[in-house]
Ligand binder design. Sequence first.
Ligand code: BT5
Length: 253
Amino acid sequence: AGLASGCLLGRRLVCCSETASTNSDAFHLAEEGAEEGTVVLADRQLAGKGRLGRRWESPAGVNLYCSVVLRPELPPYEAPQLTFLSAVAVARAIHTSTGLQPVIKWPNDLLLNGRKVAGLLNEMNAETDRVGFVILGIGVNLNMREDQFPPDLRSPATSLLLETGSAVVRQAFAVNLLRELEREYLRFTQNGFGPVREDWTRYCNAFGREVRVEMGPHTLQGPFAGIDHDGALLMTLPDGRIERILSGDVTVI
Ligand code: BT5
């Protein structure tokens, strides 16, 4: 009950000790008509999902696994705006809880000292011209110890505990996160994507830098020029044109 911090997010809260994936649970609830603001939390995920069929390591007791049902009035191609919105909210929650300032790596990673501390997976159910619902999936490594990561993730990934040396109280973090998310979402419904884009760009590790984007066999390099309203990364080309990049691996140079 302590989680119901504002008036929207968490007004229905589903907590489970273990589940396959909180995103899948939230998706099913939304299909059955769950109201906006429904939140699913789990202590452990047995099949936590990343993007593109990848896996999200989800051991018991140490981290936050959270999925939020939203029903925004948006055309489907603008749904990626909510990923940026949730990245800003997670960055703020991490800052409030630890004093550390994470950076955002396009499109959906949060990094501390170059290592991934949180990931976002948004899934949508859309009709042709409008979004039915969006599930914001948020995984944050709070108190995960080094030996709880599989060996191949020990250097690319981290947790708040590993960065600060002190444990984070999970419930307090969840309250912070839902508060930040609610604030961002209300601002977004009132003022649109502009302010979210500004904040996201400021937190982005590529802000003011040169980036290289690898897209299969193709590579493009140039100054980062922000994000477009559909989530595309913008890059300034040598002739001054702006290139829109919809997916790829970004390295900041
Ligand atoms: C993501 O995918 O970063 C999205 C992660 C979303 C997880 C949340 S938890 C609550 C909700 N329910 C779900 O089932 N999912 C969401 P992607 O960008 O594809 O990154 C996945 C990659 O990150 C993996 O292939 C690993 O390399 C790495 N990885 C896996 N688990 C990690 C962890 N706990 N911490 C850091 N990196 C991890």
